[in-house]
Design a protein around this ligand. Structure first.
Ligand code: AOF
Ligand code: ZN
Length: 379
């Protein structure tokens, strides 16, 4: 006997795993997971997830893999199927044609051209529709898309690597590694799951990072790199401007430079030499600094649904103070940095994040380090 709430929940967990596979690869579309199940036997007939670039959608991918075996079966789906007009047939059409009997879906699509219509179309075709299973997890996986639709900004994830005293190393031209290779590999995975990485000019100058994903097999998932460089302090020789040359298949070779100065200033600066490698975006400024909200809405308008804020400490503080951090991922080393450091969170991580409306969701070991994860409480 397979039917029931527990079975539905377990199957939705599989669909959620499918959805997570596409994070960072489907923007501006959300990454959705869909599986087709024979409820009588509990067999998973086909799995689907949103394909790189955003199409085909997850449902169509699962239906294609199932073929005629989809008839009479149940689909578990993390987001309402599309039913908008324009591009035909929609997923709701394809699901109806395939003869699915039941659809268990986690959450509605906030996209106003779809919202509610996908479910309505399935019900009208006689398919049993159940909504809400795994809703909380699905909302989290889909939050980039949801926030782009509702707040015109991407999901913002902040990543910090701190020493045992919760201080950050101030690089002097090269990255200083206090956390372990395991924590660093995890940080590269976060890059793969992001649509864009944001760093401040200070970090580019201090660490001279490349900001690519260098995990074997995932270099193609290196996201778009954005530097917030209000007053053009980065130099044309910083590695970030040439790093893409060494990353096979990097999707976004160009750097996006968000600055508070205008294009004429840029062309008169040494940055003119970088012009071919740079997309320039003069973003409205406050006190000569790039304003965060307008920057985020520009990113969303350009298809960025998941933004990884890598640093440094000034930028972390600005995003936290503005209440714009959805998730903070903090790797803490058991060792102390020997060089110059700056305090970041104080000794009590939970208290620090609580002052910014964030609460702990996890604490776990990663190699010799500890990973602490905080979520925005009202996310
Ligand atoms: C689905 N399944 O896997 C995804 C959906 O431009 P289009 O035709 O690809 O439609 C994009 C919209 O479809 C997108 O804004 C979002 O609302 C939804 N994404 N829908 O049925 C999927 N990725
Ligand atoms: Zn669709």
């Amino acid at each position: 006997m397979t039917a029931g709430a527990d079975f539905d929940r377990r199957m939705m967990d599989v669909a959620l795993r499918m959805a997570r596979r596409g994070l960072g690869a489907t923007a501006p579309n959300p990454s959705v997971g869909a599986i087709i199940v024979d409820e009588a036997t509990g067999e998973i007939i086909a799995r689907g997830w949103t394909q790189p670039g955003g199409r085909p959608h997850a449902e169509k991918e699962a239906l294609r893999r199932a073929g005629p075996a989809a008839r009479g079966r149940t689909m578990y789906l993390t987001l309402e199927p599309c039913a908008h007009t324009g591009r035909n047939p929609t997923c709701a059409d394809a699901m109806t044609t395939a003869g699915l009997k039941r659809v268990v879906c986690a959450i509605p699509d906030p996209n106003p051209i779809i919202s509610g219509r996908g479910f309505e179309q399935l019900s009208d075709a006689g398919i049993l529709v159940e909504v809400g299973v795994g809703a909380e997890d699905a909302r989290w996986v889909t939050l980039g898309h949801i926030l782009c639709q509702t707040e015109k900004r991407p999901f913002v994830q902040v990543k910090m690597a701190l020493d045992a005293a919760h201080r950050v190393a101030l690089g002097d031209g090269a990255p200083v590694w206090v956390t372990s290779p395991e924590a660093r590999a995890y940080a590269h995975l976060l890059r793969a799951e992001a649509d864009a990485i944001l760093v401040g000019a200070g970090t580019v100058l201090a660490d001279d990072p490349e900001l690519t994903c260098r995990l074997p097999g995932l270099t193609k998932r290196s996201p778009r790199r954005v530097i917030m460089d209000s007053s053009l302090r980065t130099s044309a020789t910083n590695k970030i401007y040439s790093a893409h040359d060494t990353v096979p298949g990097a999707r976004y070779p160009q750097i996006w430079l968000a600055t508070a100065v205008d294009e004429a200033h840029v062309m008169a600066s040494p940055h003119a030499a970088n012009r071919a490698r740079m997309t320039l975006d003069a973003v409205p400024s406050a006190d000569g600094r790039v304003a965060l909200q307008p920057l985020l809405s520009r990113l969303a308008a350009n298809g960025v649904t998941r933004l990884l804020v890598e640093g440094g400490p000034t930028m972390w503080a600005a995003f936290l103070a503005a209440g714009l951090v959805d998730e903070a991922i903090v790797a803490v080393s058991p060792q102390r940095n020997t060089g110059s450091t700056r305090a970041v969170t104080g000794s009590d991580l939970d208290a620090h994040f609580a002052t910014h409306g964030m609460a702990r969701v996890a604490r776990r070991a990663i190699g010799p380090d500890t990973l602490h994860i905080f979520h925005r409480s009202n996310a």
